[in-house]
Design a protein around this ligand. Structure first.
Ligand code: GLP
Length: 240
């Protein structure tokens, strides 16, 4: 693990973009693994800024995303697919047909898990962006998820529901289930870029970097990844 501590959120985002840009510069058809949540928004802003400056093109780039809420999909305000369109895809020249997220509105969720797993097995993600839950989750792989897991439907923990309630009008509106890439899918990426900011992530970052590798802390598996960056601000690093 390469742990990089930055002064604040903006520096964390700029550093993250340095790592992302290396990948984008090394091949024009990179496959990006993307994440939602408030943490990667600064990275996406850097990506948009550099695209608008004419330094990078997403024409041949494709992407997959970690997860989606059950019941949410294209056109739904709270969906992760709309989040990605609003915060990145609509502002760069990526072909929307080359962007893929698990669909939370599929009639047959098992078939959707199978579709997504088959897709992930057929590609090789060049860089996977990750945020981290306060309880150490990655994607929506909550504590206790087997390290060998692939795309599956998840019951969200109370902590995750209350953490994510800030994006909704009330806690009752937060979906209680999601479809998420599994931990094995995440670990298959060639490079991993985990970002964290703020003191509410300090315990999770400590357990991820310094704790034992245990399914109780899903992100701790990243200690075993051969090319993993952990880029955090001082607040998230405060317990290291
Ligand atoms: C959600 C997402 C995760 C994300 C986490 C942290 O649970 N499924 O992928 O990492 O939230 O979100 P935030 O970056 O807003 O703290």
């Amino acid at each position: 693990m390469k742990v990089i501590v930055c002064k604040n959120y903006d520096e964390m985002s700029a550093k993250a973009y340095e790592v992302m840009k290396e990948v984008l510069s090394s091949k024009d058809n990179a496959i990006l693994g993307l994440a939602t949540g408030s943490t990667p928004i600064g990275l996406y802003k850097e990506m948009i800024k550099d695209y608008k400056a004419g330094n990078v093109s997403y024409k041949n780039v494709s992407s997959v995303n970690l997860d989606e809420y059950i019941g949410q999909g294209v056109g739904d305000e709270q969906s992760y697919v709309e989040f990605m369109r609003n915060n990145l895809f609509n502002h760069v020249d990526i072909d929307l047909a080359k962007t893929d997220l698990p669909c939370g509105k599929a009639e047959d969720m098992q078939a959707e898990c199978d579709r997504y797993n088959a897709k992930l097995a057929s590609i090789s993600v060049d860089i996977q962006v990750l945020g981290i839950g306060g309880n150490g989750h990655i994607g929506f792989n909550e504590p206790g998820t087997p390290f060998g897991s692939v795309t599956h439907v998840v019951d969200l923990t109370e902590r995750t529901i209350s953490d994510n309630a800030r994006f909704f009008n009330s806690i009752e509106e937060v979906p209680t289930q999601a479809i998420s890439m599994g931990i094995k899918n995440v670990m298959n990426a060639k490079k991993i870029l985990l970002l964290a900011s703020g003191t509410n992530k300090a315990d999770a970052i400590y357990a991820t970097v310094k704790g034992e590798v245990t399914e109780t802390v899903p992100a701790s598996i990243l200690q075993l990844h051969p090319d993993c960056y952990i880029i955090v601000d001082e607040a998230a690093a405060s317990k290291l």
